[in-house]
Ligand binder design. Structure first.
Ligand SMILES: [Fe+2]
Length: 167
């Protein structure tokens, strides 16, 4: 593979990375939804699955504008984060504690994506390709909202957990 020599090369790499990450998540999020005990948490994952599918489509649109292929790269970072999520799902025991573990994994997913979108946005702003920044910012906003939602659910779960023994 050719070395990256320009900001545009870097941006294309980031788009491919995000595309791979989002595609992997369309397969991983249903498992997280299924493993969640709390109804609000399950709904948060189910809702975010729909958003994630939209984010895949948005990245395809970005790739079209940039006249590049969206596929062709594997995001090994997200692969690792998803592997950790699978480990969190395997933990047995108290439902609330398991949910909090899943939220920790989900929060890592969102932060990883937020970092990717922020990077891609700053690169896209530099090369001034019309439409790309807007599309990427839409997905960034969804990721930030998803992360905030997970944090709120975690707070609610912990407030319940503190009334139980061992908290
Ligand atoms: Fe996403």
């Amino acid at each position: 593979m050719a070395d990256k020599t320009t900001v545009r090369d870097l941006l294309e790499g980031e788009i491919k990375d995000l595309y791979s990450a989002e595609k992997q998540l369309t397969r991983a999020i249903p498992k997280m939804a299924k493993g969640a005990h709390d109804a609000a948490l399950r709904k948060a994952f189910t809702d975010h699955l729909q958003e994630t599918k939209g984010q895949v489509a948005r990245l395809e649109e970005v790739a079209e504008i940039l006249q590049m292929r969206s596929s062709g790269k594997k995001c090994s970072g997200m692969e690792g984060v998803i592997r950790e999520a699978a480990e969190a799902l395997e933990d047995s025991g108290d439902g609330t504690i398991l949910d909090l573990g899943i939220i920790g994994a989900g929060s890592r997913v969102e932060h990883y994506e937020i970092a990717g979108y922020l990077t891609a946005i700053s690169l896209a702003q530099r090369i001034k390709v019309s439409g790309v920044v807007t599309l990427l910012k839409q997905s960034l906003t969804e990721e930030q909202a998803a992360e905030e939602k997970l944090r709120k659910i975690a707070t609610a779960l912990m407030n319940n957990a503190t009334t139980e023994a061992g908290a």
